[in-house]
Write a new protein. Structure first.
Length: 70
């Protein structure tokens, strides 16, 4: 089985065309604007940010901030 690997520029162009076709120009742009290159080094920053936390404690904190869901 041989997979064809297309250049990233080609894939990006095709993806934009599909988004515009399916969502329209305005909504496609709004969608794409969500994905911006950030700055910083999350790998380095997360250690002090989440020091002493567990996945359970972080999830509990998120749940505590949500409005009551009936």
């Amino acid at each position: 089985m041989n997979a064809v690997i297309h250049p990233l520029a080609e894939i990006s162009q095709r993806a934009r065309q599909v988004l515009i076709q399916e969502l329209g120009v305005t909504d496609a742009i709004r969608f794409l604007n969500q994905f911006q290159a950030g700055s910083g080094d999350y790998t380095r920053e997360r250690e002090p940010l989440f020091k002493g936390e567990t996945v359970k404690s972080i999830a509990a904190a998120i749940r505590a901030q949500r409005p009551n869901q009936a």
